[in-house]
Each structure stands twice: as C-alpha cells, then as structure tokens.
Write a protein that binds this ligand. Structure first.
Ligand code: NAD
Length: 332
C-alpha cells in the first residue's frame, strides 16, 4: 500500500502513520500543522514523505495524493473549543476539505477511509448506539452542532462517491479516542485532567459531571482503520469504533486522581462559562460495535486505567525533560 494520511501529524494520524510503517507500507502525510505538529512524527520523519499544506490547497493535495492507492482522510477542525471559536473556518475545513480529498482520491486512489465521529449521533442517548440509529442535533445556529452537521454531510459525500463513482469508501465513527500525543489545548478532557492532576491544580469538569462516555485507546482503533479499508465488504458502510467501558466524567476525574496519586479537588465549571451561552452537551454516548466486530473482529481491549496511565507516563516524561532543560539552562 502507498497510503496518504491527511492530518497525519495529528494525534490519531501520527499513530496510524507509525502503524502503517510498521506493516511495511509507504506513507505520505499531508498536514497544515493547525492542531498537529511535526514533533508527533519526529521519530519516523525519515520514513515518511511529508507535505506541509492544507487539504484546501489544490496543488498540495494533488502532490500528496498522486501515486497513492489508499487515502486515510483524518484532517479536520477538531475539538469543541476549535469549532465554537472558529466556526466558519472549521466548516470550510470539514466540508470543502473533505469534498476536495474525495475528488483527489477519485482521481488517484481506489479507496478511502473517512474519519467521521460519534458526535454525529448528537443528543441521542440510547443504550449502545448502533450505526443505523437516528441523529438528534440541536439548532444549526448553535455552533456546537456544526461539527456533527459537517461530519454527517462528509459521510453523505463519501457514501455517494462509493455509490456513484465506485470509490471504495469506508466511514468510521470513533467514540472518544484517547492516548499519548492527544493535545489538551483544544478541549480534550483526558489530557487536560491529567495535566491538572500532575500540576496539583483543581480538576475542572464542565457541567455537573454526570455525562457518560466510553473512552477508547488509540492503539485499539488504528488496526481497525487499516483492516476496514482493505476489506471490500466494508466499502459503502459506516462503523462505530469504541469501548464498552462507560464512565461519568466525575468517575473519570476520580480515576485520574487515583492513577496519578494526586489529591487535587474536582471543581465544576458551567457550560456557558466554559464554551458559550446556551451550550448543549449530550448526556450519554456509548457505542454498539457489533458491526466492526463481526466483520473484522474489532474489540477495544485496553482498560480505562491503562489508557490514563499511558497519558500520565507521557506527561511525566515531558515534565522530566522540561526540568532537565531548565536545570541545564538548555533552550527549549
Ligand atoms: P488532531 O487535531 O490531532 O488531528 C487533526 C489533524 O488534521 C491535525 O494534525 C491538523 O493539523 C490537521 N489538519 C486540520 N485541518 C487541516 C487542513 N485543512 N489541511 C491539512 N491538515 C489539517 O485530532 P485527532 O483527534 O487526531 O482527529 C483525527 C480525525 O479523527 C479527525 O477527523 C476527527 O474528526 C476524527 N475523530 C477523532 C476523535 C477523537 O476522539 N480524537 C473522535 C472522533 C473522530
């Protein structure tokens, strides 16, 4: 396989790049480093063809896609803070960007994996959401829902590229993927709580902390991306990918305190102060992953405490490096 990974310098993308290289595939990355970083790929830089540019830049996209047989489309404006603070730019990236990548894949590659999101189910709090469940979204004028709306349209475009143009499109809907290299800067809860615990600061939870989520290790979803795109039976379908281990945000914070050994307090921040007035969240979001299990044997095996421990280890290592840098006067 010669694979293009859009957004390959991001959190999930960099793990996917590593995995593809480990399987002996050739990898091209197209990333504008808006939320990703070159540092995420520093350890594999020699093995990757990197194109710095946007999926919205025709020349960069053409250069990156040419010669690739498979596209993993992960580049997107991600994170609630990003979407709420820069709604129009996020919409362009997530709609026009996907349209451009699908077109480029049609020209050059035979198949494409589209990273959609569990967010598309919106406020549907049913037990174990399956892929055919309804989407319940708030008003389109609430910027909070624009990510879900855009990802839903991305899925439609991907689906019809498969039906009309025979591009082998697979849609994945990851549910709260977590692990090393995930940045807390754009509102991701686990890296933020871990950083707060390690610095002895209060752990901040948005809302009342009763929202329920299932966190999945990045290492559990990546092999499924590759298996699905390579399996023609998966083309034209959407797949939930996530864990069955459900926790409230309050329980998550307690687990972070336990794993880090911190005695920081847990504090609550109202949604309208954290995001914007009238902000709506979903009370619950847990996946039914039967479809992926039956087709490719998908199972999320990593326990939440182990996922948290991997994030803690990464942040402790980074703190230790910073301390050495400060101690030696090294510029960092
Ligand atoms: P991330 O922000 O770390 O990765 C996104 C990457 O895309 C970054 O490297 C960013 O620089 C790049 N990018 C953004 N706009 C670009 C553009 N116009 N051109 C080129 N590159 C661009 O986020 P992530 O968590 O790794 O998410 C990867 C994908 O998975 C996204 O499509 C996201 O919607 C989807 N997803 C993630 C999760 C999760 O829990 N992390 C859950 C569901 C879906």
């Amino acid at each position: 396989m010669r694979a293009l990974v859009t957004g390959g310098a991001g959190f999930i993308g960099s793990h996917l790049v590593e995995h593809l290289l480990g399987l002996g595939h050739e990898v091209v990355v197209l990333d504008d480093f808006s939320t990703g970083s070159a540092g995420n790929l520093a350890h594999v830089a020699d093995a990757v063809t990197a194109v710095q540019g946007s999926i919205l830049d025709e020349d960069a996209l053409e250069l990156a896609t040419k010669g690739c047989d498979t596209v993993f489309h992960l580049a997107a404006a991600v994170g609630v803070h990003t979407i709420v603070n820069r709604p129009m730019e996020s919409l362009r990236r997530n709609l026009l960007g996907t349209d451009a990548v699908l077109e480029a894949a049609r020209r050059h590659a035979g198949r494409l994996l589209l990273a959609s999101s569990s967010e598309i189910y919106g406020k549907n709090i049913k037990d174990n959401l399956d892929e055919d469940d309804d989407r319940i979204l708030g008003s389109p004028l609430k910027s909070r829902w624009s990510y879900a709306a855009a990802k839903g349209l991305d899925e439609l475009m991907g689906y019809w590229c498969w039906r009309e143009y025979e591009l082998g499109v697979v849609i994945v809907r990851p549910f709260n993927v977590v692990g090393p290299r995930q940045s807390g800067t754009y509102g991701m809860v686990v890296p933020n709580l871990v950083a707060q615990a390690l610095h002895g600061r209060p752990l901040t939870l948005y809302g009342d902390g009763t929202q329920r989520r299932c966190f999945c290790a990045v290492g559990d979803v990546i092999p499924a991306f590759v298996a699905l795109v390579q399996d023609e039976r998966a083309h034209g379908q959407a797949f939930n990918l996530g864990s069955a281990e459900e926790v409230t945000m309050h329980q998550l914070a307690e687990r972070v305190l336990h794993v880090t050994g911190s005695d920081s307090p847990i504090v609550h921040v109202p949604y309208d102060r954290a995001y914007e007035p009238g902000f709506e969240d979903m009370a619950r979001r847990c996946p039914d992953t039967t479809r992926a299990r039956e087709l490719i044997g998908f199972r999320a095996r990593t326990r939440l405490d182990d996922i948290i421990a991997s994030v803690v280890a990464e942040q402790r290592e980074s703190l230790a490096k910073d301390a050495v840098g400060v101690g030696t006067g090294e510029a960092r």
